[in-house]
Design a protein around this ligand. Structure first.
Ligand SMILES: *Cc1c(COP(=O)(O)O)cnc(C)c1O
Length: 376
């Protein structure tokens, strides 16, 4: 039995006829860019998230980049974010000429530690950019309060949290702007690159729309230096079909997480902690382990994929480390050493989860037995 990290084929097969019919209509219309499916998807996602505006863009990275530009953040500004995320979060801050300021994480949730943000705020700080890592919302209540108190903007990286809510309000709807990715492996993924910015602010929405379309509102009139960052109709067709199932997909991810946690609790593996303030949509199911390399080898030998998100915190990446040589963020550094993500896709079966738990537990127990043997 081989168990991959994600199974995009299984989901495609279940949606195949609907997707092919949608494609057929796009091919017949020959309207591939900025057509009716993109417009409909924007309206459906705005409605789903409970916000007024949604603007489709070419990727999650672009969503972050254009959101920061629309928020007026630029050279000389500082943006507070987490060091324990995918590089794109910090890249986008750099693209607009601003500095990422990394604040350590809460070791329980892996999200930015809100209690440590205040001491990182300077006169140059313009925004906080939390990531809802692995699908668990950051503490948006506390973050919103901080932003109001210090006059900062709140920009959410929701690349891993489509459908998650914090205290009943969707991620993306808490901040001034929310940024989604539709990379194929995300909870809501298309079959290529794609992204979306959501906001309640009409001015910001218009700014993102113009920036994403060559700085143009009226064709061949260019008011600002813009970009080519658009979602195409074929991707919009796929996303509209999958959007109808996203709550069910996320529900299955949560059910899978419950099975894992019941199977692993107290067996030498630390399961992820849900803080209970919202709905965790388990983009990843990430445990803490010791002796990670050996456990990964055992899983691999049993035909089970696993992955490390993320092995190197951002302040240790070559691109930042010269400037940030003195920065010590113990929780992010420790998490990077100990995290291990297991397959959690919606189509995973209970039997597969049981098997993964067995292999992990046996590997841990063998390790303990090996050590006892060595002590004799
Ligand atoms: C995937 C991801 C992104 C970037 O999205 P792309 O669509 O790949 O550009 C940004 N932030 C986080 C946390 C991600 O996981």
């Amino acid at each position: 039995m081989t168990i991959p990290m994600v199974d995009l084929q299984g989901q495609f097969q279940s949606l195949r006829s609907e997707i092919e019919e949608g494609f057929r209509q796009v091919f017949a219309s020959s309207q591939f860019i900025q057509g009716p499916n993109v417009r409909a998807l924007e309206a459906e996602i705005a409605d789903y998230c409970g916000v007024r505006h949604a603007i489709a863009v070419a990727s999650g990275t672009d969503a972050l980049h254009l959101a920061l530009l629309a928020a007026g953040i630029g050279a000389g500004d500082e943006v507070i974010t987490t060091p324990f995320t995918f590089i794109a979060t910090a890249e986008a801050i750099g693209y607009v000429g601003a500095q990422p300021v990394f604040v350590d994480i809460d070791p329980q949730t892996f999200n930015i530690d809100v209690d440590q943000i205040e001491k990182a705020i300077t006169p140059r700080t313009r925004a906080i950019l939390p990531v809802h890592l692995f699908g668990q919302p950051a503490d948006m209540g506390a973050l919103a309060t901080l932003c109001t108190r210090y006059g900062l903007q709140l920009i959410e990286d929701c690349a891993q949290s489509f459908g998650a809510d914090f205290q009943g309000k969707k991620t993306g709807a808490w901040g001034d702007l929310g940024c989604f990715s539709f990379f194929p492996s995300k909870n809501l993924g298309c079959y290529g690159d794609g992204g979306m910015v959501v906001t309640d602010n009409a001015e910001r929405a218009e700014a993102v729309r113009i920036l994403a379309n060559h700085g143009s509102r009226v064709r061949y009139h260019h008011s600002v230096l813009g970009y080519n960052s658009r979602l195409d109709e074929l991707q919009a067709v796929i996303l509209r079909i999958k959007l109808k199932h996203i709550d069910e997909y996320n529900r299955r991810r949560r059910a899978n997480a419950r099975l894992y946690t019941a199977g692993l609790q107290g067996r030498g593996v630390t399961p992820p902690v849900e803080d209970g303030k919202g709905t965790h949509v388990f983009h990843q199911y990430t445990v803490l382990v010791d002796d990670r390399d050996r456990l990964m080898q055992r899983l691999d030998a049993a035909g089970i994929a696993s992955a490390i998100y993320y092995p190197i915190p951002l302040h240790w990446q070559e691109v930042y480390r010269d400037k940030l040589a003195d920065l010590v963020l113990p929780q992010a550094e420790q998490a990077a050493r100990r995290v291990l993500s297991l397959p959690i896709y919606p189509e995973l079966t209970a039997a597969q989860i049981e098997r993964i738990c067995q292999v992990l537990i046996a590997a841990n127990e063998n390790q303990a037995a090996d050590e006892n043997y060595g002590n004799q």
